[in-house]
Ligand binder design. Structure first.
Ligand code: AMP
Length: 602
């Protein structure tokens, strides 16, 4: 074996080290964790701590702990640690040594060479300081590599054809976006923009403030005043934030968080993804401005981007993909773990410098989107075949995601959960993988929320569950071999169906000719219906639909004057729905609801 060259991502909050083995990058883990927190500290008895142990003492002993040293690289400053002072490159060298030792121990040979990544915006002094840090760690730095370049290498190591990749990197404390161009092995960062003080930590702070304010209103106790309580809440909100990337709600619970008049107080707050997204939206809008500036500076239009790659833990926030997809008109890629992507890319670069050929990183992903059938209103008319994807195509496995849906009718006591795979908006053009009915739902008004969750394992076992939020009533099914099933039957069943549909393209506003479309029994209008999709305006849509149904029932029995007024309001409501103007939908609903209430009374 030729001498190994390490690929190192020396990050602001976390660092990782990788090499290529059998053509694939491999990140070295310790105790099962591939991430080494970029923290250095001294223990109470003066021992040097690097990584998790140093991070753990940060809250309690900040005077003995150093974090985010990367921010100081290239500056002529000294940092005190215990009774000594160090230059930034010396502190970074301690992190590099820890990574080198981790790799050497697992490779069973000493390592002397490394590729180290830096942000594209690092200047010469910062790059030079990074080199020095490597040398202080007894590593020959064979290349300083730009982080976005490393990320793009994981998706296409050959870089032969002209490729323009937009790399959006949002970590814990920093954000940057770069346009990377490659052709025939020459890779160039065309432009890079960012904000070195924006990241997931800021999202945590927003959530923390929300929770602390709520607690203050409820109990008149300020949790931020107590260091230990604050640290506990911060840890809890960070965990809730991660949950919200996969589920529509998260609960923040901490027992005995405070005391008042001798009584213990507990923290118990629920937050929805919608509320959380509204909180962070202004910050994400700032990142989108940077995306535009990077495109402008590189003179590349959005449509000329071949791939949008997500890097950094915070990019698991689904709103980020949504905003980027809206702006750039193409799906984002995060199949390669966004925490490890840069280290893997550095490992790939290192292997190529050592003469090895490397293929794109292999990852297990869902090859097709998976979701359920639901009712949608298109241009004011019911469309009961809307596909609502829950696990999106290309999601790394194992995966778990849930979304919220609502019942359509008042007192609806059952809902059919009809599970499909595919990419089409009309479920009849996708492949059905299973279905079940959840019944015994509470007798309440339309809009009763249900959480539908999909869990897919690496072996292709799909678990689908539906839970009534108000009561916790739950039903689930397990579908073995969900992935293989689709592959096998795709050609015969789904494609035959597609061929038929091809010659008979549907107009959603037409009444649906059920039997023509499917071999499966078509859902009758009386069958238990789910629910509008997990999208913007769904609550308004459900309300509008119920009102339109009621108005249609009443309108035949009205005198000419009242009929004219109801018709006018129905028309107004349908127009607002068609235009997806949710405020107008709400005001039309209010007007219609008032007049219907009055007409029912008389
Ligand atoms: P990095 O600096 O790239 O290691 O990213 C760390 C940041 O990613 C922290 O702010 C984490 O809270 C955040 N993060 C990690 N996992 C998730 C997730 N599933 N959803 C949202 N943020 C996450």
């Amino acid at each position: 074996m030729s001498e190994p060259i390490l690929g190192i991502d020396l990050g602001t909050t976390n660092s990782e080290v990788a090499v290529v083995r059998d053509g694939q990058p491999h990140v070295f883990a310790e105790d099962g964790d591939p991430i080494l927190p970029s923290f250095v500290g001294l223990s109470e008895d003066g021992r040097l701590l690097v990584g998790k142990a140093a991070r753990n003492q940060w809250v309690l002993a900040p005077e003995r702990t150093i974090k985010s040293i990367k921010r100081k690289m290239g500056q002529d400053v000294k940092i005190r640690l215990g009774d000594q002072e160090f230059r930034p490159q010396e502190i970074s060298a301690m992190i590099l040594r820890a990574l080198r030792d981790r790799a050497s121990a697992q490779l069973g040979v000493p390592v002397r060479k490394a590729v180290i990544t830096v942000p594209a915006y690092f200047n010469d002094a910062q790059r030079q300081a990074t080199r020095e840090a490597g040398e202080l760690a007894d590593l020959e730095v064979v290349r300083i590599l730009n982080e976005p370049t490393a990320a793009s290498l994981t998706y296409d190591p050959s870089q032969r054809e002209l490729q323009r990749v937009l790399v959006y990197d949002l970590g814990g404390g920093t954000f940057d976006v770069s346009i990377v161009q490659s052709q025939e092995g020459v890779i160039e960062v065309l432009a890079s923009h960012g904000d070195t003080a924006l990241g997931g930590d800021d999202f945590d702070d927003l959530l923390l403030k929300h929770v602390v304010d709520k607690f203050k209103t409820e109990h008149d106790v300020d949790l931020s005043g107590n260091l230990a309580s604050r640290a506990r809440v911060l840890r809890a909100v960070e965990a809730a934030k991660r949950q919200l990337s996969y589920h529509p709600f998260a609960r923040i619970e901490e027992e005995f968080i405070a005391e008042k008049n001798g009584q213990a107080l507990h923290l118990n707050v629920e937050i929805s993804r919608e509320e959380y997204e509204a909180m962070i939206r202004p910050m994400l809008d700032r990142t989108m401005d940077c995306v535009q500036r990077a495109l402008d500076d590189s003179r590349v239009v959005g449509s000329a981007i071949n791939k949008v790659v997500l890097v950094g833990g915070s990019t698991r926030t689904p709103l980020i993909s949504r905003l980027l997809e809206e702006r750039l008109g193409q799906p984002t890629h995060q199949e390669v773990n966004p925490d490890l992507c840069v280290a893997m890319g550095a490992g790939i670069q290192a292997a190529m410098m050592g003469g090895a050929s490397v293929g794109p990183v292999l990852v297990d992903i869902t090859p097709h989107s998976m979701g359920i059938k639901c009712l949608d209103l298109l241009q004011g008319f019911d469309f009961p075949f809307r596909f609502a994807p829950i696990l999106k195509r290309n999601t790394p496995l194992p995966a778990s995601q849930s979304e919220i849906f609502h019942t359509v009718h008042d007192n609806q006591d059952a809902v059919e959960i009809d599970v499909y795979q595919g990419e089409r908006e009309d479920v009849r053009q996708n492949y059905q993988v299973g279905k079940f009915t959840i019944s015994g739902l509470s007798k309440v008004a339309a809009g009763n929320p249900l959480v539908v969750q999909l869990d897919l394992t690496l072996d292709g076992i799909l678990k689908v569950s539906a839970r009534e939020r108000a009561t916790g009533l739950q039903k689930q099914i397990t579908i073995e071999n969900a992935l293989a099933k689709f592959e096998r039957e795709e050609r015969d069943v789904a494609r035959q169906r597609l061929d038929r549909l091809w010659n008979n393209v549907e107009r959603p506003e037409a009444d649906y000719p059920a039997d023509e479309w499917s071999d499966d029994a078509p859902p009758s209008r009386e069958a238990p219906e789910l629910v509008a999709g997990p999208r913007e305006g769904q609550r308004e849509t459900v309300q509008a639909r119920a009102l339109l149904e009621k108005a249609e029932r009443l309108v035949g029995n009205l005198n000419a004057e009242d009929k004219e007024e109801v018709d006018r309001l129905m028309e107004q409501l349908r127009t607002a729905l068609t235009d997806r103007k949710w405020n107008d939908v709400t005001s039309a609903c209010n007007e219609l609801s008032d007049i219907l209430f009055y007409l029912e009374e008389v």
